[in-house]
Design a protein around this ligand. Structure first.
Ligand SMILES: [Zn+2]
Length: 218
């Protein structure tokens, strides 16, 4: 609490540098030139990745440069305020009305051990304020039932094995018949999001669209 207060005061007294070009910028962090360069939403080619459960998946940007640095700051250095800068990219990338059909937004969960170790789910810190701004109903309806190795450490075959059966729906009554937006910080092979889409659909979801902040797959 004190830390958050101090960080807010610090930002007020000292303006921030854009995380892209390091020039001084407005409070939201990014300068317009970097926003334009970085925000490049694109449809993931699901068939190419052999993903069969997601109805579509959009990645806002590539997992490189300043975006990669900010996400790593959050995950490995616990600099949670970077979520504000990353959330700004969502505002820029997703036009108003883009998800008018969506009824609930569900984050990919961390395993409880990882959550306790880190103290937060970076995906929730990035996406939840955006969901609130867009009037999308935030629903933490998934749980990771077992700890899994980080997907990037494994080859594709082992990734499938690693993630299979790793998720469960906690409250199916919130899922049945719903059009869902599933969100995650990084899209790599897409197997994690597809496995989540599978359990959501098996619980009766009408559709599951994916939205990842950054893609490491392109
Ligand atoms: Zn810049």
């Amino acid at each position: 609490m004190l830390k958050a207060w101090w960080e807010a005061l610090w930002d007020l007294i000292f303006p921030q540098r854009c995380p892209g070009c390091r020039e001084w910028s407005e409070q939201s962090g990014w300068c317009l030139a970097c926003i334009e360069k970085i925000v490049r939403p694109s449809q993931v080619a699901l068939a190419l990745h052999n993903l069969t459960w997601l109805d579509e998946c959009v990645a806002v940007t590539d997992y490189i440069g300043p975006v990669q640095r900010l996400i790593r700051d959050m995950k490995f250095r616990r600099i949670t305020k970077q979520a504000i800068k990353l959330g700004r990219l969502l505002d820029q990338a997703i036009t108003t009305g883009r998800y008018n059909d969506i009824q609930i937004i569900v984050p990919v969960p961390l395993h409880v051990d990882r959550y306790q170790e880190r103290g937060f789910n970076q995906t929730a810190l990035i996406f939840k304020p955006w969901a609130v701004r867009r009037n999308l109903c935030w629903t933490e309806a998934l749980v990771r039932t077992r700890a899994t190795a980080p997907q990037w450490e494994l080859n594709l075959k082992d990734r499938r094995k690693n993630i299979k059966g790793a998720f469960a729906v906690t409250r199916p009554e919130l899922i049945t018949g719903k059009h869902i937006l599933l969100v995650d910080d990084i899209f790599t092979s897409g197997l994690t999001m597809d496995e989540c889409a599978k359990v959501l659909k098996q619980a009766g979801a009408a559709s599951v669209k994916g939205l990842a902040l950054a893609s490491g797959a392109r």
